[in-house]
Design a protein around this ligand. Structure first.
Ligand SMILES: NC(=O)c1ccc[n+]([C@@H]2O[C@H](COP(=O)([O-])OP(=O)(O)OC[C@H]3O[C@@H](n4cnc5c(N)ncnc54)[C@H](O)[C@@H]3O)[C@@H](O)[C@H]2O)c1
Length: 190
């Protein structure tokens, strides 16, 4: 298929799309003709990227806040009328820490972002994705499969989004959605 038209007419939400891998995913979808909604909690970064990327729309949203996610989905439907894909990319890798240096509170906050953010966005997007036979793409991590030194909470939170897709495949895959997981290795953003 010709470059620039593969995803023409498709509407894609990229969480954490304001920079790094998420911004790259947003650019790739735009280059393939999609309409892209960049979701990020960093308002200035998201607005700056929206200015650089014709066709992209920035909607501020913290994926750990269910009301923000409701607004993200409803504004997307209001603007574009439908939704074809969500890319659950928003996530955080804390600096290296031995297990004894970590805290339960820090682990909880990481779960809220890396796992529950993915869960909330997927849950609220699903009714719309079913209508379009749409996709859920989870950006997990290679280390969710192979482990990583000094990163016990991160590895756990990245293992779970991989497993999170299994029941989605099992129970709603048959209802016209196509869940996928991607597991990047090391990537240094701009
Ligand atoms: N960079 C790597 O080497 C690598 C490797 C494997 C997996 N990953 C995964 O890829 C994803 C992107 O990584 P990156 O390196 O581009 O990260 P990054 O820190 O460069 O960018 C993350 C983006 O997510 C946004 N974000 C953070 N918390 C948010 C929230 N609560 N709600 C909405 N947006 C939020 C940030 O503002 C930022 O724009 C993450 O899930 C990460 O775990 C990265």
């Amino acid at each position: 298929m010709a470059a620039g038209t593969r995803y023409a007419g498709k509407v894609v939400i990229v969480t954490g799309g304001g920079r790094g891998i998420g911004a790259g995913i947003a650019r790739a979808f735009l280059d393939s003709g999609a309409q892209v909604v960049i979701c990020d909690k960093d308002v200035s970064g998201g607005q700056a990227l929206e200015q650089q990327l014709p066709g992209a729309v920035f909607i501020p949203c913290d994926v750990t806040q269910e009301e923000d996610v409701k607004t993200l989905i409803s504004e997307t439907i209001l603007r574009f009328g439908h939704l074809d894909c969500v890319v659950n990319n928003a996530g955080y890798h804390p600096p290296p820490q031995w297990l004894e240096e970590t805290s339960a509170q820090g682990f909880r906050q990481l779960l809220e972002l890396n796992l529950l953010g993915t869960y909330t966005v997927t849950k609220l997007a699903l009714p719309h994705l079913r209508k379009t036979q749409g996709n859920v793409i989870n950006i997990s991590s290679l280390v969710g499969a192979i482990g990583q030194s000094q990163a016990v909470p991160y590895v756990a939170t990245k293992y779970l989004p991989r497993k999170h897709l299994d029941p989605i495949v099992g129970t709603v895959g048959s209802l016209n959605t196509r869940p996928q997981g991607h597991n990047p290795g090391g990537h240094l953003g701009p």
